[in-house]
Design a protein around this ligand. Structure first.
Ligand code: B12
Length: 210
């Protein structure tokens, strides 16, 4: 069924894709596997966009389909009581409005015991600084899907350093546009391009078992 959902999303068959995804969840399907299939479909849609086969309107529709599926899938990931392991300020960086991956990572982190303060999308460095001053998190998470966001991440880390806060937090970056080189460039402590790995790394950064 997951292959079918993948294909329906890639072909932007909105109603059918959402309907089948709902059926999958109602029949006890694995929410993580469903999100993985949706994420893979987004990757394929991104490639079609790059090749000029899809346009911005298709990206927008794809985002809407994914958001509708997340509405009934993310609550399934939330378990009952979890032991609190730490606090995180999380946002998508300046100039980047993609929020789907950030929202998924947030739910994964909450399900593992992190209190997450979500400061939204297109977040300027000053807003990260203010949030760190106010909430005193253990971790700052930045999501970035576009090239323009890479320098925003560096500017954010620099702003935290200038405010004397860099050594008080661990910084993890995530999203489709990050890798080891970007981590080094931005001055972050860790990077992940999938939510489950991201949460494991967050725990490791705090000296907890991943
Ligand atoms: C949907 C989409 C949109 C939607 C977003 C809707 C929304 N509400 O988010 C809309 C239409 C708004 C959009 C706009 C644009 N987009 Co767009 N978009 C996509 C698309 C198809 C899917 C993104 C997505 O949701 N993926 C699924 C999620 C689940 O994956 P993810 O974000 O990587 O998240 C996972 C992990 O990375 C991780 N994670 C995410 N965040 C974090 C954070 C932390 C801390 C951690 C640890 C982990 C973590 O957890 C998630 C789950 O495992 C991608 C293609 C792609 N390959 O990603 C292009 C893509 C990102 N977009 C692209 C572009 C170019 C644009 C536009 C510039 C287009 C334009 N001409 O206007 C604008 C940018 C606007 C802006 N200023 O930000 C390019 C970026 C290329 C680049 N290198 O810069 C891509 C890669 C498409 C492509 N191949 O060309 N887009």
């Amino acid at each position: 069924m997951l292959d079918k959902i993948f294909n329906l999303i890639v072909e932007l068959e909105e109603d059918e894709a959402i309907g089948l995804a709902k059926k999958y969840i109602e029949e006890g399907g694995n929410p993580q596997k469903l999100l993985e299939a949706c994420g893979n479909a987004m990757g394929e849609i991104g490639q079609r966009f790059e090749k000029g086969e899809y346009f911005l309107s298709e990206l927008i529709l794809a985002g809407d389909i994914f958001k509708s599926i997340m509405e009934f899938t993310l609550p399934k990931l939330k378990q009952g009581e979890v032991t609190k392991v730490g606090k995180m300020v999380l946002g998508t960086v300046h100039e980047d409005v993609h929020n789907i991956g950030k929202d998924i990572f947030k739910v994964f982190a909450e399900a593992s015991g992190f209190e997450v303060i979500d400061i939204g999308i297109d977040t300027p460095p000053e807003k990260f600084v203010e949030a760190v001053k106010e909430h005193k998190p253990d971790i700052v998470g930045m999501s970035c899907l576009i090239t323009a966001g890479v320098s925003s991440m560096k500017k954010t880390v620099d702003a935290l350093r200038e405010a004397g806060l860099r050594d008080k937090v661990k910084i993890i970056i995530g999203g489709g546009r990050v890798d080891e080189g970007v981590k080094e460039f931005a001055g972050a402590d860790a990077w992940a391009d999938d939510a489950a790995k991201g949460v494991r790394l967050c725990k490791e950064l705090l000296g907890l078992e991943g």
